[in-house]
Design a protein around this ligand. Structure first.
Ligand code: DGJ
Length: 699
């Protein structure tokens, strides 16, 4: 890893890749290369400043690193501002650079300036040891004595090398159907993925994955994931010459930010990389998140097997009822007991109570202590659900402070799930939200919070702000700040990020929360698709997955299938254990024991998607570390007569080592080379079949 500067050419060298930029004759940072390494001396500016004709400007054709709006620019830009004299165009020219090293990471800062307005834009590129992931972000500084209004501040602009159309992978998700992967070929125009809901949302995700002739094992894959849990916009465009570019960052939708004299604005980071095939991308991002993104305290510890009450008891939580479930949860091996919605205020259903974070004395006459003592006595830790950013109009909080929710005096507030969003850009509201959770953490032995968020914003009046359009940005920062403060004051606290399931899955959330609730949909077959999409770019260990009852609308499947799907992430239990037979509890206990034996491999190992339903009749994933490998496979149904034969070649093993392969009470020894080149054959019968195959490396 190194950064070289040679006559205005910057070469950023990661483990296996180069990212190169030149300052061209116009003083513009010009993109030269991103991908596999080439000889340093071959990198030079190719920029020709002449216009091709009056319709296709040189600026439009250029390979820019951070294009401002201004002059003859007619394509998606990275930066747009209004200056004090009402000039709405920016010209950013190169001023200087810095290369620094802090804690083993190298950072290049390219400083650009808009001289007449004393505005500066610094582009940062941060490289770390043993990874090809580069962190990019931009900082805008106002060195003048008048305010500048920012309208768009992307985190990064990217140029892709091939002139052939790339395939863009993102999602067409929904509540209960997150991460449904969709591939779109970007032939012309622009493909935009965005959120305008306030959070990063269920539908599309703040990442880009652009590939050329790629599959799991090979092919060019360029990717980036934005660390932002709010409105975002990713614009992937392809011009008539075939050039594909990406601009990614905070959404400019209803956004502006007033940069006062002497202030700076930092756009969130985008973590980007080049990989040979999708598996390499996922593994690079997985390892990077564990090493550099997740909050440090628990980043390298396996997540506990938790029990969550939501599907079993809904809002009907009581001290006695939860204690009864807790006993069974402990018996089957759960390590953490999380009480979900319903424990506070007048929360009998979702019509009331949000905002009143005091224990409901009807349900818990002696507070939470008896329950928590019980849970702790059973050897588990205790966790509690909050939805801290929200308020029900039917709550004491709203009756006392109706102005604390985002609103316009002249507009009727739109309710979603009977609730409103609190204006976290107000210091008093932010303090209140912090203290509600802090008070509970101080009073009780609570070591886990499930932080939920169940609606999109509306009527986003924020008259407390000089510039109300900053609310989209400031709200997200407030969420991060509260989570960080809680963790600073309660260092052993773990926080799960939830937004009606997976509505807030992004690297910003994962920099402040320890994991996410992946989806409210716990149907195992649906889950396979959801988990497959999640695994593309987000860390496996953060993917919370529950085994639940079959009677909540999901299709019938046996416990093996449910566990085999769920154990592919962070195993959790969510069914009504009080209704289970002894035999069913034993099945739970056995699987939890098995999961504890394999969870290090699942949560931290290398990961391979070996087969999926779209292309194979089988779904299979494999996890590998130095000790063992675990293979999960699941089938839907044998669609045709004789459609029951399956064959899987493994990946990532040591070809010279011997492995003991065990499943269905058989144990056989094979060489790593055999397992990868020849593979394993199976037959399955019936619908929704599954297996776990453990492959232990012989000593
Ligand atoms: C939505 C979450 O996704 C669920 O897991 C549950 O916590 C409910 N909210 C509670 O209201």
């Amino acid at each position: 890893m190194k950064i070289i500067e040679n006559n205005g050419v910057f070469i950023l060298e990661t483990e296996n890749t180069h990212y190169c930029i030149a300052i061209n004759s116009e003083g513009t940072p010009e993109h030269l290369h991103w991908g596999r390494k080439c000889a340093d001396e071959d990198y030079r500016s190719v920029y020709k400043s002449h216009e091709r004709n009056s319709n296709h400007s040189a600026k439009d054709l250029g390979k820019t690193e951070y294009l401002p709006f201004g002059g003859t620019v007619y394509r998606p830009v990275a930066f747009k501002a209004t200056y004090p004299d009402r000039c709405r165009e920016a010209v950013l020219t190169y001023k200087d650079f810095n290369i620094s090293e802090v804690d083993g990471a190298f950072t290049l800062e390219l400083i650009l300036e808009d001289k007449p307005y004393k505005a500066e834009v610094s582009l940062f590129y941060k490289l770390r040891e043993n990874t090809d992931i580069i962190e990019r972000y931009a900082v805008i500084r106002n060195n003048s004595d008048r305010s500048i209004t920012l309208h768009k501040v992307a985190s990064g602009e990217f140029n892709l090398p091939s002139l052939r159309p790339y395939t863009s992978t993102n999602f067409n998700g929904s509540w209960g159907g997150e991460f449904r992967k969709v591939n779109s070929v970007v032939r012309n125009g622009a493909l935009t993925y965005e959120s305008t809901k306030g959070g990063s949302n269920h539908t599309v995700n703040p990442c880009f994955i652009l590939s050329e002739n790629a599959d799991e094992k090979k092919g060019d894959v360029f990717f980036g994931a934005l660390a932002w849990t709010g409105n975002f916009k990713t614009e992937i465009s392809r011009d008539f010459a075939g050039r594909t570019r990406v601009v990614i960052g905070i959404n400019d939708f209803d956004f502006s930010y007033t940069l006062h004299p002497g202030e700076e604005f930092t756009a969130p980071s985008v973590f980007c990389g080049y990989a040979n095939g999708f598996a390499e991308m996922s593994n690079a991002m997985n390892a990077f998140a564990i090493e550099y993104i997740l909050p440090k305290r628990y980043a390298k510890e396996p997540l506990p097997v938790l029990y969550n009450s939501w599907e079993a008891t809904g809002f009907n939580v009581t001290s006695a009822g939860q204690q009864k479930i807790a006993e069974l949860a402990a018996e089957i091996g759960c390590e953490l007991f999380v009480m979900d919605d319903g424990w506070f205020g007048s929360r009998l259903n979702d019509h009331a109570g949000l905002g009143d974070w005091n224990v409901n004395r009807f349900k818990f006459p002696r507070g939470l202590k008896p329950l928590i003592d019980k849970v702790k006595g059973l050897g588990m830790r205790f966790g509690l659900w909050f939805e801290p950013e929200m308020v029900n109009p039917n709550s004491n909080l709203f009756r006392a402070h109706p102005d604390w929710a985002y609103h316009y005096d002249t507009r009727k507030a739109s309710l979603l799930r009977h609730q409103l969003v609190l204006n976290l850009t107000r210091d008093d509201v932010k303090e209140f939200v912090f203290s509600c959770m802090d008070n509970m953490l101080c009073e009780y032995d609570i070591s886990y919070i499930k932080w939920d968020m169940n609606r999109a914003y509306s009527e986003t009046g924020a008259e407390n702000l000089e510039n109300p359009q900053e609310l989209w940005y400031r709200h997200v920062k407030a969420v991060y700040e509260i989570a960080d403060r809680l963790k600073a004051k309660h260092p052993d606290l773990q926080i799960e990020c939830c937004a009606s399931g997976g509505g807030r899955v992004d690297l910003g959330a994962l920099s402040h929360f320890d994991m996410v609730w992946t989806s409210d949909n716990t149907d195992p077959l649906d889950r396979l698709t959801i988990q497959q999409g999640f695994s593309l770019i987000y860390p496996i260990k953060c993917m919370r997955a529950w085994v639940t009852d079959t009677n909540r609308g999901s299709r019938p499947s046996d416990w093996d299938f449910r566990f085999n799907v769920t154990m592919q992430g962070s195993l959790s239990i969510g069914g009504d254990l009080t209704k289970y037979t002894k035999k069913e509890l034993k099945i739970h206990k056995d699987y939890i024991r098995l999961y504890k034996e394999i969870r290090n491999t699942v949560q931290f190992g290398r990961f391979y998607r070996l087969a999926n339903f779209e292309e194979d009749r089988l779904f299979a994933t494999q996890y590998v570390d130095d000790e063992q490998s675990v293979l999960f496979f699941c089938t839907k149904a044998n669609s045709f007569f004789n459609d029951n034969f399956h064959h899987i070649k493994l990946q990532g093993l040591d070809e010279n080592a011997k492995y003991t392969v065990s499943y269905d009470k058989t144990k056989e020894i094979y060489g790593g080379a055999y397992l990868m080149n020849v593979g394993l054959s199976f037959e399955t019968w019936g619908t929704l079949q599954s297996k776990i195959i453990r492959i232990i490396k012989n000593k």
